[in-house]
Design a protein around this ligand. Structure first.
Ligand code: ADP
Ligand code: F6P
Length: 482
């Protein structure tokens, strides 16, 4: 077994096996922010990525991507149900997102979550070099740091939570709250998107574990675990380059033409998830149409909602509700050949997303709660032309970094309507000034900055961060869908 000095452990590998229309297996970039962010820094790094390849049954054999080795972890159908769809995405996910949807507490899921976490820990222990670094990601694998420490005390272990970490009064609802907290605190450094999360964990560690805790260090069972905020970002250079490619600009012009050359294009791009605030947004938009503040001939809304967690009941219900609502709005306000909303429930290549970002006059990113929201950052990076307005939820992690956006409380439908109208009618000079400030911020805070900041904090010598930046293997051998 080949071993690596850096091992990343995440629920998903950066590849997802999709059944092609002819039944053949087609590998694509995995959906969601985490895979995109990590893939950008590891694509050419000499590291191993431990994760699930997206199907059920025996793990597939995967070839390396450049210097990055892939170590798949298999899941059975029952494990997929109990670990991924159940405990991770029906208990932790809604609870960690302010319980905007009622979390399900099913006692049968816990044992599967625990045993799958143990499998990930064992796989990481197998591929990590002596004294190496293992970086564990997200709520799916919250028990892995402690399990791994028991298996391999020689390792330096990091944990990063991509989603929000809830306030104590919500976390306290969790039936397995002590085990989950202890599991995460098995790491040497626990990173979050926002400082508030580190504060929440410190309070919980004091209350539940009797630890001595501040907002940047927790001492428990004689060990000190450091904590801190490391806001994740995107590959700014990649998005910039993509969005200024001539074919992407031509595609953007074509899109505007296909949309009927409206005065304004509003765009939303989300995973189809109840945390993303899609229903609140549709309500606001339909009320603007009804009041005549927005006219179908002048303005279109393009809602991209990529399918996500499709076997989970609450996601199926959400899809039915959204599609019913889009149909109702188009039925009531659309005209022949002129729908009020263009709804696209499909994955897109990165270049197509870039073309959409370039087409939008107003980008509407209004999650009810979001760890970061990389779509907001992608939009800003794509707007080399300085055009476009960003309407951004106060409840997205990105709001703390992009205060020049039109910030909004998405629960307040009237406030959302006003903000949309303000963004639609803003002075181009004001928009350009806002965009310049946001672009300047992103230029200094890209995905490389994030990885360097986290890994330098984890490994004080700085050699790990240096190795990632400098010791690059030849370019990736997998042709990504771009
Ligand atoms: P989350 O991690 O909750 O999915 P983020 O906004 O942080 O939310 O990340 C979403 C990622 O998924 C972004 O990188 C975005 O470009 C990508 N994405 C969103 N919609 C699509 C789509 N229809 N096709 C392909 N990628 C998409
Ligand atoms: O951090 C949010 C997250 O769960 C990530 O792990 C992933 O990027 C995204 O949502 C997509 O979710 P899933 O892996 O369940 O499709």
């Amino acid at each position: 077994m080949r071993q690596s000095s850096l091992v990343v452990v995440a629920n998903r590998l950066p590849l997802d096996d999709n059944a092609a229309p002819d039944g053949a297996c087609e590998w694509r970039r995995s959906p969601g922010g985490l895979a995109g962010a990590l893939h950008a820094i590891l694509e050419q790094a000499p590291a191993t990525w431990v994760g699930w390849a997206g199907g059920v049954g025996p793990a597939p054999t995967l070839t390396d991507i450049g210097g990055l080795r892939l170590r798949p972890v298999s899941l059975s159908r029952d494990e997929l149900r109990g670990y991924y769809e159940g405990f991770a995405n029906s208990t932790l996910w809604p609870l960690y997102h302010d319980a905007v949807q009622q979390p399900v507490f099913d006692r049968n899921w816990w044992e599967t979550y625990r045993s799958v976490n143990a499998r990930f820990a064992e796989a990481a222990a197998e591929v990590a070099e002596h004294g190496g670094v293992v970086w564990v990601q997200d709520y799916h694998l919250q028990l892995v740091p402690q399990m791994l420490r028991e298996l391999r005390p020689d390792l330096l272990i990091g944990f990063f939570m991509h989603v929000p970490f809830p306030p104590p009064e919500l976390y306290m609802q969790l039936p397995r709250r002590v085990e989950l907290l202890r599991g995460m605190l098995g790491a040497d450094l626990v990173g979050f998107q926002r400082e508030q999360a580190a504060h929440n964990v410190a309070q919980l560690a004091t209350k539940l574990l009797g630890a001595h805790a501040t907002d940047d260090a927790i001492t428990v069972d004689g060990r000190t675990v450091r904590t801190g905020a490391f806001p994740v970002s995107i590959d700014v250079a990649e998005m910039r380059a993509l969005a200024s490619r001539p074919d992407v600009l031509r595609r953007s012009e074509q899109l505007r033409h296909d949309l009927g050359q409206p005065k304004r294009v509003l765009l939303s791009v989300d995973r189809l998830d109840y945390t993303k605030g899609i229903e609140h947004r549709l309500t606001a938009y339909s009320e603007l149409l009804r009041a005549g503040h927005v006219k179908v001939r002048d303005t279109v809304l393009v809602q991209v909602a990529v399918p996500s967690r499709e076997r989970v009941e609450s996601y199926q219900d959400l899809r039915d509700r959204i599609e019913g609502e889009v149909g109702r709005i188009n039925g009531e306000f659309g005209r022949v050949g002129e729908p009020a909303i263009h709804y696209l429930n499909q994955p897109f290549a990165r270049s197509q997303l870039a073309a959409l970002y370039r087409t939008a006059d107003v980008m509407v990113v209004t999650p009810l709660r979001d760890g970061m929201n990389l779509v907001a950052k992608e939009f800003v990076a794509a707007r080399e032309d300085g055009g476009g307005a960003l309407v951004l939820s106060e409840f997205a992690g990105a709001a703390a970094e992009l205060p020049q956006a039109f910030l909004v409380n998405p629960h307040d439908v009237d406030g959302l309507k006003d903000t949309l109208l303000r963004a639609m009618s803003a002075d181009p000079a004001d928009l350009a000034a806002r965009m310049t400030a946001m672009r300047d911020h992103l230029a200094g805070h890209d995905i490389q900055t994030w990885a360097r900041a986290y890994l330098t904090a984890l490994d004080h010598t700085g050699s790990l961060a240096e190795r990632l930046a400098g010791d690059r293997a030849p370019a990736a051998s997998v042709a990504w869908h771009r």
